[in-house]
Design a binder for this molecule. Structure first.
Ligand code: TYD
Length: 142
């Protein structure tokens, strides 16, 4: 069933630094999804720990924190039919080396190897995650 819903996307520090904010927004708009809120910010370690609560205990978490707080990010709320699943598909797999051409990660990630994975964007993996994550980055949104 097609349901109207919303999701959260973050353009991560690598995506902003390499100039792909416009490319990401164009892909979203070309699919007729609506960006209903957008802001640029630099994430704090505290916000990130809430956002990545399921990863905080992992050995690689400090690398994620260093990377995600290393520069500005762009946070967006995106609305539309089945938007959570559609944006996840457009995002592509976590490892950019495995991300197919045509996905945001496959087309725009610059490098991988040692250290935290730098994969251009985050997108929520479920409606519940989206609503939880929207509260972190858009505390004034209903
Ligand atoms: P995860 O939520 O598993 O992936 P996704 O972003 O595709 O939903 O992980 C969150 C981020 O953590 C991921 O985008 C990159 C980083 N990460 C690593 O740096 N190393 C890892 O081994 C994993 C699993 C994730």
């Amino acid at each position: 069933m097609m349901t109207e819903e919303r999701t959260l996307m973050l353009v991560k520090p690598d995506g902003v630094a390499s100039g792909h904010v416009g490319d990401v927004i164009t892909r979203i708009e070309n699919r007729r999804f609506k960006i209903t809120a957008i802001r640029t910010l630099t994430a704090s370690p505290e916000e990130l720990r809430v956002h990545y609560q399921q990863l905080v205990g992992k050995s690689f978490y400090s690398g994620i924190e260093d990377f995600m707080t290393s520069g500005p990010i762009v946070a967006m709320i995106i609305s539309g039919s089945d938007v959570v699943e559609s944006i996840r598909k457009m995002t592509g797999p976590t490892d950019p080396a495995e991300a197919p051409a045509g996905t945001i990660r496959g087309d725009f990630a610059r490098g991988w190897g040692d250290g935290p994975i730098q994969n251009v964007v985050h997108s929520s993996d479920s409606i519940e995650s989206a609503e939880r994550e929207i509260k972190i980055w858009f505390p004034d949104e209903k």
